[in-house]
Design a protein around this ligand. Structure first.
Ligand SMILES: [Zn+2]
Length: 338
């Protein structure tokens, strides 16, 4: 691939161009999603999903993915110029997996991009999945009309990313924006990353559900017990929010605690980097105003230097494509010269 030629075509103004496409991949704990990005487009072509099978060795997961990439690369005319891969991991400076929760052991040290290049022949770039989500929402989604944005993903884990001037800020470590693992309380619960009291230990879906286990078993949350048909394993953040909306005070308190942690944490982000918009995505973003209203209140109360320039907090707008679109956008940035 001629790098200069690629870059000139990538930076055309509005609308889809005939320039080289890039494949974007989002490796999730449950599904792998992928599609083809054409410069200027806001949606991926040929978007598809396959089960990750995250309990399998990494060779099996990446082998299936490589087959899906080769299949997609054969569709749609010209060959893609490269490949961007989002993964829910922290990464070393040279793109090796460091921590990858919820997958089988054996991923540490794996150079996923090199592995996929070898298997597909396409130049590949790897990026943390929440950073990819943020880049997509900042370029083509809920923050496309502003210059600076912070993205947060709320699900099994908590992720984040920072976009300044339309570009991802990855920092000296390459992992800047790691919102879920900044410490809320150093005396707090042990986190999967090895630290204590990270935002993720309070604000992830499992943390919210776990906070209601004892009240559930002791019959203190009758609305939630009814909504879950008495089954503790059926409790989800969505059911907790419904019980709260029906007036259950303990479920309301549990949600307010999550909103408090997120609000204070995002107030700290605001004090430190002061972005114009904060975009909330991931499964728990589906709780909507039940979560966002108290979050905004807390954020406003704890960002004293923001003045009247508080960030607007909005739900994500790109849906299931955000991660793979962001990975493709990052690859397009990285593969062309800056
Ligand atoms: Zn942590």
């Amino acid at each position: 691939m001629g790098r200069g030629q690629y870059s000139r075509r990538m930076h055309t103004p509005q609308g889809v161009t005939e320039g080289p496409s890039v494949i974007g991949v989002d490796i999730g704990g449950t599904n792998v999603k992928l599609g083809r990005y054409r410069p200027g487009a806001r949606e991926l072509e040929g978007f598809r999903s396959l089960p990750t099978g995250a309990g399998r060795p990494h060779e099996a997961v990446l082998g299936d993915l490589a087959a899906a990439i080769r299949e997609l690369a054969l569709e749609g005319g010209s060959a893609p110029a490269g490949l961007g891969v989002g993964i829910p991991a922290t990464l070393s400076r040279d793109g090796r997996v460091e921590v990858l929760p919820n997958f089988a052991p054996g991923w540490r040290g794996v150079a996923v991009a090199d592995w996929l290049t070898e298997a597909t022949g396409l130049p590949a770039v790897i990026i943390n999945d929440a950073r990819a989500f943020t880049l997509a929402e900042a370029r083509a989604g809920a923050a496309a009309d502003v210059d600076s944005a912070f993205g947060v993903t709320l699900g099994t884990g908590v992720g984040g990313g920072l976009v300044l001037g339309g570009r991802l800020h990855l920092g000296y470590s390459g992992n800047a924006g790691e919102f879920g693992h900044h410490v809320f309380d150093p005396h707090g619960p042990r986190c999967g990353c090895g630290s204590h009291g990270c935002v993720e230990t309070y604000a992830s879906a499992p943390a919210l559900v776990a906070s209601l286990m004892r009240p559930f078993v002791q019959g203190m949350v009758p609305a939630l017990v009814r909504l879950a048909d008495g089954r503790l394993d059926a409790v989800t953040p969505a059911l907790i929010a419904r019980a709260a909306e029906e007036g259950d005070p303990i479920c309301r308190e549990a949600l307010d605690r999550v909103a408090l942690v997120l609000g204070v944490a995002l107030a700290n982000v605001t004090t430190l980097v002061s972005v114009e918009r904060i975009v909330i995505g991931g499964g728990m973003a589906g709780l909507g105003e039940t979560l966002l209203t108290p979050l905004r209140r807390t954020l406003a109360a704890h960002a004293p230097t923001a003045g009247d320039r508080l960030p607007e907090v909005v739900p994500a707008s790109l849906g299931a494509q955000a991660g793979s679109l962001g990975a493709a956008l990052h690859a397009a940035d990285a593969l062309g010269p800056t």
